[in-house]
Ligand binder design. Structure first.
Ligand code: BMA
Length: 910
């Protein structure tokens, strides 16, 4: 049996709607694809038949994994409920077998036809047997395997049996650890066995996710019958710096199996935009090469270049449109021009660059992305897989996640290296909606081994995944791993950046350097030379991954590390912060859904054993408590209010980072910080984690404060205290002047200057609600495009000595219309004497599109909830929440689905 190079076009383009052709003199037949997704059965391979899991049962869905199938048959409890995760651990240490039968299609009897079984994803150690012949032994979940099965397939019209046995990836991992005792095994999260196995690393458990060792055919399986097929369609796209023209070179690879065509195949390439045909060209194949010595496949290539003047350019959402050109490659059967196989991909034309250059008045270099010559402040978030059971994540769920990020004003999502190369649906959504993607290779938090077969597997994995994803305009950077260089630093593994002899790296105790700086670097430079490849995230140019002046950093000194105050995020800035975070509990309904007895569960209280079980972060009890106790006057009961406190604290923390780091986006030559990605956007199960939206896509309140900070136009305030000796004795503790000052700035993330803006400041006494100050501190100013501008700095206004009870609000106004607002409070919030807001008013606006909130006293963090959450949660949606209210101002948050019958309630800081 011959293993073919896993050159994959696009797994979503199977079952081509191409009419079956008669074979022609050219020898090219119509490509035929049969999706093998019917009649699958599964059982435990090594179980007694009486055990319940030892008999064949139908699968719950396809593609699938064993947990999903056991769940469908109610053979296991839902691992996401209560502590069931523990009860299902045995699954990961057993062998499981899947079988199906399929009928050989008539196409296979065409002259010269070859048949290939394409396995888009097998998780992970699979032995595949077709009609009694072992055709494949796989060991990498990320590689789509393709096997020429022509010789073992039944004749046309007859049945074939396909059987796939999955070994325990966990136990196999440990066997490999034992086999290579000289490697210095070690990692954060999970255990060392994961480092030996090319399987999604979070399956071993992470500090936000359960350990659930899945196995199974997790992506589609097809039988492809053809003589020649389009094996790859790729693009070299150059958008001129002037943006006035673009060149698209489409490269097509044609794989020929079995009987080679008598003449060179021809390929037609059509380019269209929407319904409009842009260009079309038919080209002959120009080169022939044998791809691999051990393969029967012959690869021929064809290319066509198109010059497009005034191209419709693809932009990240807030900077322009997301036009996608469709490029279709059609393999022509012969001189009749009938299609034998076709593939189409959607591409976006854009210039995307990572700008790393010296900056003014500060050391180091910038790190920001420029798209179509527009410098972008990349505010966004980190992405983990959206479920532990990937095959059940629907395309629409991917879309909803990306849409949620977009609606939250997020510009970039980072696909983190401990998960998977995501499904096409995820990147399609990013392309369509205009969200930039930072893509990691799948390595994270450990010292990876690099023995020769593993290196080869990784090379193949990288090559095929880059090929599958490289047409997406949303992807602007690839990075070699997540935090493996930080692990190296912590463990003091050998690393001499100046040593460029790649082979010698393999002899050190940090052999994975060869993976990141040689294998992945080579793959990227040959397949995506125009996309920036970063050795790791974070990466600081080979010296120190914590260097705030070069590359990106992961800023974990809030929560982990030295546990700094989040009010000090300004001191923790770097050129690009690709991770930082704070935990909060999920929505109360999410908690109720994961408690075995729901609202009646005896563990329905903060820090109960079950709630703690659904928080995987080491030391989470102390860390959450630390940040709560430093800032809030909080209690653990009732649970709903505790959820609110943790979410308010997280919301304050994260917004503070965005606000302060965005302040350092100061325009050309002064891009001191070029992006902030919060750890993390999403969850893979119901859990207390750093996510800003929970497993059910329910936003935590931080989602809204981050959204407000990432709005195109914002205003920010910091407050700081200084002490100065005013007498003649420098040691005096009495003759000192204390001053509390505020600094105010505006951030204009649009690409237009904004003139005629006023900055208005108002202040109130928190306790009495009396307004103590109002002034237009700047009038008619210009907020220059795409940067933050300092506006004012002065002592906290209002009554002297009352700074600690003075709340200050700053507004950007133009022609009397409010453009932005921000309310700054004395901190810590727990010292405030907040009056009971007796006249807090929360009403639906007359036109039903907004909720109007007002009060005669300042209120911190007003969270609007539904009285009848059960009935209305899926209907009523807010576009903002957790609002600071000050007297004299009605704040309206958008709402959809509400009627006059909808009853709101409010929660706030007390
Ligand atoms: C980062 C991530 C993850 C982890 C998170 C929270 O370092 O890369 O590995 O889940 O921190 O600890």
């Amino acid at each position: 049996m011959v293993l073919l190079p896993p050159r994959l076009d696009d797994p979503t383009t199977d079952d081509q709607a191409v009419p079956l052709l008669n074979n022609t003199s050219s020898g090219i037949m119509a490509f035929h694809s049969l999706t093998v997704d019917q009649g699958w059965q599964f059982k435990q391979a090594d179980a007694e038949e009486t055990s319940g899991v030892g008999e064949w049962r139908s699968v719950g869905q396809f593609p699938t994994n064993v947990h999903l199938d056991l769940l469908a048959h109610k053979l296991i409890p839902d691992p996401y409920i209560g502590k069931n995760e523990e009860a299902v651990q045995w699954i990961g240490e057993r062998r499981w077998v899947y079988k199906a039968s399929f009928v050989t299609p008539p196409a296979s009897s065409a002259a010269g036809a070859a048949s290939v079984l394409a396995f888009d994803g097998l998780d992970t150690f699979a032995t595949v047997v077709l009609n009694g012949h072992t055709i494949l032994e796989s060991d990498n979940m990320f590689i789509p395997y393709r096997v020429d099965v022509t010789s073992s397939l039944s004749p046309a019209g007859k049945e074939n049996t396909l059987e796939i046995t999955f070994d325990s990836a966990y136990l196999r991992g440990w066997q490999l650890v034992d086999k290579y005792p000289d490697h210095k095994w070690g990692c954060w999260n999970g255990d060392s066995s994961r480092l030996a196995v090319r399987k999604a690393q979070y399956h071993w458990g992470w500090d936000w996710g359960p350990a659930l060792m899945t196995c199974g055919p997790w992506r589609p399986i097809r039988l492809e019958t053809y003589t020649s097929k389009i094996a790859d369609l790729s693009f070299e796209t150059v958008v001129d710096k002037s943006l006035a023209s673009a060149t698209v070179k489409a490269n097509v690879e044609i794989e020929t199996l079995g009987t080679a065509p008598s003449s060179s195949p021809r390929v037609r390439i059509d380019v269209s935009l929407g319904d409009v045909a842009v260009a079309s060209e038919t080209v002959a194949t120009v080169a022939t090469k044998n791809d691999k010595g051990d393969s029967t496949a012959t690869i021929t290539t064809a290319a066509a270049a198109f010059h497009i003047s005034s191209p419709a350019l693809w932009y990240p959402a807030r900077y322009g449109e997301q036009p996608l050109y469709t490029v279709r490659a059609t393999l022509l059967a012969d001189t009749t021009d009938e299609p034998a196989h076709e593939i189409s991909k959607k591409i976006g034309l854009r210039r995307a660059e990572l700008i790393q250059r010296p900056i003014k008045d500060q050391p180091g270099t910038s790190f920001f992305f420029e798209v179509n010559n527009i410098p972008i402040f990349s505010g966004g978030s980190d992405w983990i897989p959206a479920d532990n059971f990937i095959p059940r994540i629907s395309d629409s769920r991917y879309y909803d996640w990306v849409k949620l990020a977009l609606d939250g004003n997020q510009v970039m999502i980072r696909v983190w290296g401990g998960g998977i190369y995501e499904e096409q649906a995820f990147y399609d959504a990013c392309d369509e909606l205009g969200v930039l993607v930072w893509q990691d290779f799948m390595f994270g938090c450990g010292n990876y081994p690099a023995w020769p077969e593993l290196r080869e597997s990784i090379r193949l994995e990288a090559e095929v995944n880059v090929r599958m994803l490289r047409h997406h305009p949303s992807i602007v950077i690839w990075a070699g791993n997540n935090e493996d260089y930080q692990y190296r630093e912590e463990q003091n593994l050998e690393y001499d950046y100046a040593n460029k002899d790649a082979e010698s790296w393999l002899t050190t105790d940090f052999p994975a350097r060869y993976i990141y700086e040689k294998i992945l670097a080579d793959v990227c430079s040959s397949l995506i030379p125009d996309t920036y490849y970063h050795y790791g995230s974070p990466w600081g140019g080979g010296v120190d991954t914590h260097d705030p002046t070069v590359g990106d950093t992961h800023q974990w000194n809030v929560w982990h590390g030295s546990q700094e105050r989040y009010q000090d995020f300004d001191k923790l800035v770097s050129r690009f912060v690709s991770e930082f975070g704070m935990e909060a509990l999920p929505h109360i309904k999410t908690i109720d859904a994961m408690l075995p007895l729901g609202r009646r569960d005896p563990d329905r209280y903060a820090q109960s054993s079950t709630l703690d079980f659904h928080n995987k972060a080491t030391g989470h009890e102390r860390r959450l408590a630390l940040y709560l106790v430093e800032n809030m006057r909080y209690g653990p009961d009732p649970l709903e209010q505790y959820v609110y406190y943790t979410q308010l604290m997280q919301a304050e923390c994260l917004a503070s980072a965005y606000r302060l780091w965005k302040r350092q986006w100061k325009g050309p030559g002064r891009e001191y910080c070029g992006g902030a990605l919060v750890w993390q956007l999403n969850d893979c199960w119901p859990v207390t984690s750093w996510s800003i939206c929970d497993f059910y896509l329910r936003p935590k309140h931080s989602y809204y404060t981050v959204k407000r900070e990432m709005a195109p136009l914002t205003i920010g305030i910091t407050r700081s205290e200084t002490e100065k000796v005013v007498g003649s004795n420098p040691h005096s503790r009495v003759d000192v002047k204390k001053e509390t000052t505020i600094e105010i700035w505006g951030s204009n993330l649009t690409v237009e200057d904004l003139a005629g803006v006023d900055c208005v400041v108002r202040a109130w006494d928190v306790e009495t609600g009396q307004q103590t100050y109002e002034k237009t501190v700047e009038a008619g100013i210009v907020l220059e495009a795409n940067r933050s501008t300092e506006l004012a700095a002065f002592a906290v206004p209002g009554e002297p000595g009352h700074e600690a009870r003075t709340v200050v609000a700053a507004y950007l106004e133009k022609d009397g219309k409010q453009l932005a607002r921000y309310v700054n409070w004395p901190e810590p919030l727990k010292y405030l004497h907040l009056p009971e807001p007796k006249d807090l008013s929360v009403v639906l606006s007359a036109d039903g599109t907004g909720v109007e909130i007002s009060s005669s006293v300042p209120i911190k963090g007003v969270a609007i909830e539904l009285e009848d959450d059960e009935a209305e949660e899926d209907v009523v949606r807010f576009d903002d929440n957790l609002i600071d209210i000050v007297p004299g101002e009605t704040v309206t948050i958008g709402v959809t689905g509400a009627t006059s019958a909808t009853k709101f309630k409010a929660r706030y800081l007390q």
